[in-house]
Write a protein that binds this ligand. Structure first.
Ligand SMILES: [Zn+2]
Ligand SMILES: [Zn+2]
Length: 250
């Protein structure tokens, strides 16, 4: 696949971020629909990480098998650090805790945390394609599903901090830029080798850890909040079913 096509996939994911940011200003947006999308994205992502990315990452390393799993753990912990250790108040989904946001000036660190997260969304998509087209397409769809709610999340953070709708849209644009920057960086460094291995041998399990964190620790808690109820939770299983459907098509 050519470099231009790879960038197009990164760009498509970025546009979903921006669309999510625009939606936050619309009073008629279905919050429940967004919640279902988060559930669907979480299920698809979990299936992609466990059934497609991890086996591929292990195959890139013959021996010892500890290494790709250590990179996966590092990716997972990296988001724990940026989203919940450095950022004092962060959660996926609509930000409605105005006091917490204003009191802790947390919006800025929240936006920063999501930008790092979005950067790795972009990295994952491109690294997937660099390994093979099948994996790239699966990762692209897995990540695309949560990009709209992600843009919505960042815009609602900025609004909750008392900023304007323009600032909110600008924040979702920044997420889009971070995603695209991730895609471009992965493309630029994709062919580089470290210690006789291609960089993708490290980046694939690392970004799998990031994706696992996004699915299991950012999206699932949002699905499990009271308002979504049974149906939002069922969407997680629908996401896994969708993964199997996608496997048939790609
Ligand atoms: Zn909050
Ligand atoms: Zn994301």
């Amino acid at each position: 696949m050519g470099a231009t096509m790879l960038i197009v996939y990164g760009l498509a994911a970025s546009c979903a971020n921006i669309a999510g940011g625009v939606l936050v200003s619309s009073p008629r947006i279905g919050r429940t629909a967004l919640k279902y999308l988060i559930g669907l994205g979480a299920g698809f992502m979990l299936a992609t990480v466990f059934l497609a990315v991890v086996p591929e990452a292990v195959a890139l390393w013959e021996k010892p098998h500890l290494h790709p799993m250590a990179w996966l753990l590092a990716g997972y912990l990296m988001l724990q650090l940026f989203e919940h250790t450095i950022a004092p108040h962060f959660h996926f989904g609509e930000e409605t805790h105005e006091d917490a946001m204003i009191a802790h000036h947390a919006a800025l660190t929240g936006v920063g945390a999501l930008m790092i997260h979005a950067f790795f969304d972009g990295v994952s998509i491109t690294i997937g394609f660099l390994v093979n087209t099948h994996l790239g397409l699966l990762l692209f769809f897995a990540i695309l599903l949560h990009k709209l709610p992600e843009g919505f999340t960042v815009a609602s953070m900025v609004l909750a901090a008392g900023r304007t709708r323009n600032d909110a849209r600008m924040a979702s644009l920044l997420l889009g830029v971070a995603t695209l920057a991730g895609s471009c960086s992965a493309l630029a460094f994709g062919q580089v080798s470290i210690w006789s291995r291609p960089l993708s041998a490290y980046a694939l399990p690392l970004s799998a850890g990031v994706t696992l964190y996004v699915a299991a620790s950012d999206l699932i808690p949002e699905v499990n909040k009271r308002e979504g109820g049974l149906r939002a939770s069922l969407m997680v299983f629908a996401g896994v079913a969708l993964f199997y459907l996608a496997e048939l098509f790609f």
